[in-house]
Design a protein around this ligand. Sequence first.
Ligand SMILES: NC(=O)c1ccc[n+]([C@@H]2O[C@H](COP(=O)([O-])OP(=O)(O)OC[C@H]3O[C@@H](n4cnc5c(N)ncnc54)[C@H](O)[C@@H]3O)[C@@H](O)[C@H]2O)c1
Length: 389
Amino acid sequence: MTQMTKESVKSWVPPIIRGMTSDGETALVVTVLEDVQAELQLPLHGAGPFEIEELAASWRTRYSRFCAEHARYPRTIGLEGTSWSMGLGISYDEAVRTSGVSKDPAARADNSRGAIMKRKVSLVTGGAQGFGEGIVRSLVAEGGYVYIADLNAEGARTLALQLNSQAGSTVAFSLAVNVTDEDSVRQMMDSVASTTGSLDLFVSNAGVLKAGSVKEMSLADFQFVTSVDYTGFFLCTKFAARQLALQNIGSDHAYMTDIVAISSKSGLEGSNKNGAYAGAKFGTIGLTQSFALELVTDNIKVNAICPGNFLDGPLWSDPERGLFVQYLRAGKVPGANTVADVRRAYESKVPLNRGCRTEDVVRALCYIVEQKYETGQAVPVTGGQVMLN
Ligand SMILES: NC(=O)c1ccc[n+]([C@@H]2O[C@H](COP(=O)([O-])OP(=O)(O)OC[C@H]3O[C@@H](n4cnc5c(N)ncnc54)[C@H](O)[C@@H]3O)[C@@H](O)[C@H]2O)c1
């Protein structure tokens, strides 16, 4: 576990507090506020490093006593010796308002299968476009809150603004991140800690593809693909897992959360003249299995999804740089005269006769989150194009 010191207190206390409010499925939003009088003060013993388990246990006792005495949870929790406090709420807007909190935080509106994502807080890297954008939209439509974390900060911001204005409340947050940069990923997770306390689901979706013959590809291109698609997943898991582990401690080890990597069909079988990508996607599954074995002690499931070709997405369909146009120009599909011919050729490779869609990936995501008895798996979503043995 990371060293917990007074200096880093804002990044490790909110996840513990959020864990304390958990019902095992999700938890309250815990947001850091400046200059707000706190209803409940928690002690911070001595100078760090701290004994996290003991601290969390004593905080849980005080929190439970407050909830029992007032028949509601505290609007604000402060930490002795600091000038800031944390607003609590069933939504982000309620947490910021610090007034009129809901009476029973644990009561979920609906425990049906359809409501599995309701009120869950998720983060999607590469969420500004493509599969990521589709996942973000679906999670919000399911009643969740979503961080859109992308190198394309403007795209992430525009999407968050659109979703918030459609909802009439805060349902999406944008974050600028480069998943290949350790400081950037650390800052992203610090920002999550002070905005919502932490997360229920981390989706490592950001990815890039540069195809090329092994005899021709530059080392720089190979490393570019590897750093985003493989190393990016390591860095994201490193910082997400620390935070999710703190939440689990706050909940007295009763809060199961998820990390999901978006790998690919090319993570399950080789891809001709596309080795950098396929290698990184295979590697992602190796990391998934290994992280799953380790993080099971923190109640974190780690799984991967392996989608088939997203033929409607920008990677394939962009009229100038998309793979259909590139393959047509390169004569990769014999006899193809138009983009439509190339598309048909790729569709006909799939037993279910079409490209993968975002909703297919979202179904796999919901399955993974709902399933409490599986971890370390690579779930294919390929229309039958890849069959596991
Ligand atoms: N498109 C497909 O056919 C397909 C098939 C299987 C798997 N996948 C995987 O799904 C994921 C999404 O693919 P897509 O086709 O939607 O991609 P896309 O190119 O449409 O979108 C990728 C997003 O990731 C962001 N991104 C790129 N580098 C980043 C970095 N360093 N840090 C943060 N964000 C970064 C981009 O800005 C972009 O918004 C990828 O991991 C990809 O490998 C795609």
